[in-house]
Write a protein that binds this ligand. Structure first.
Ligand code: HPA
Length: 270
């Protein structure tokens, strides 16, 4: 695994002028956020050795290098989901490559269903914590001490410092942001009404099918993480609307400019 990570990192390093210390994973419907990145260089996933290839509609697969607010960044346009059939090591492989490239700060974004009754479709939720309901932990198996400790703490999986910066940015720009706990599920089904209720009861504010594996690995790697969800649908026993992938994409696209303002604002201040 270490050799594979190194090989992929070397391939990427040879292709770019400067290697960024900040990375952004763009979730469902949020791929157009790359429009805000300047001086862009694209590397399609298909050209990167050992990189999985994204299969879902609405997720183009490109690694993008450029600058955001003057700071060099690397962005993943499209991520790998467990529900696509990848195992947890494949889902999180790009984060390992980022680690090998020297990335210290990771931004993750996603579309999520809201269980918190105060949430509205289109809201932006800063992730304060998560609940891992994937059937497997990405760190299961042999631990490579070079990559991180055997038993990493998850006490501050989402950096309090970055959350505070995000709150300040949002307040200054007049953007409504909620805070909440993200429940990560394997998917690909959306939840039954009873499941949305259950996730609320156990402490979740929003639910989605990604993010948690990458955030676990990023924490293992010692990165500082900032996570944000767009609430694309609402769930619970009193909700009658049926969520669809198209709706999720549409709602995410609508929230995109606000999300980017927040991310850009943080990047400028870290
Ligand atoms: N459930 C799970 N994943 C999701 C949802 C949802 O309601 N919305 C967007 N991603």
């Amino acid at each position: 695994m270490l050799t594979k990570i190194q090989k992929t990192a070397e391939y990427i390093k040879a292709k770019v002028k400067s290697v960024p210390d900040t990375a952004i994973i763009l979730g469902t419907g949020l791929g157009a956020l790359v429009d805000h990145i300047e001086n862009k260089n694209y590397i399609p996933y298909t050209e990167i050795p050992d990189f999985p290839v994204s299969t879902v509609e609405g997720h183009s697969g490109n690694l993008i290098f450029g600058t955001l607010g003057g700071r060099p960044v690397i962005a993943m346009q499209g991520r790998f989901h467990y529900y696509e059939g990848y195992d947890m090591k494949e889902v999180t492989f790009p984060v390992r490559v980022m680690q090998a490239l020297g990335v210290k700060t990771l931004f993750v974004s996603n579309a999520a269903g809201g269980m918190n009754k105060e949430f509205k479709v289109g809201d932006i939720m800063i992730i304060t914590d998560h609940i891992n309901l994937f059937p497997e932990n990405p760190l299961r198996g042999k631990n490579y001490d070079e990559l991180g400790p055997r038993f990493p703490a998850m006490t501050e999986a989402y950096s309090h410092r970055l959350i505070e910066i995000a709150d300040n940015v949002a307040a200054e720009k007049g953007i409504r942001v909620m805070h909440g706990v993200y429940v990560g599920t394997p998917g690909p089904t959306f939840e039954t009404p009873a499941e949305y209720e259950y996730f609320r009861i156990i402490g979740g504010d929003a639910v989605g099918m990604s993010t948690v594996p990458e955030v676990i690995v990023a924490n293992h790697a010692g990165m500082e993480v900032f996570g944000v969800s767009v609430i694309t649908d609402l769930g619970g026993k009193d909700v009658t609307e049926v969520p669809t992938h198209e709706e999720v994409q549409k709602a995410a696209q609508k929230a995109q400019p606000f999300m980017m303002e927040v991310i850009k604002g943080i990047v400028a201040r870290i």
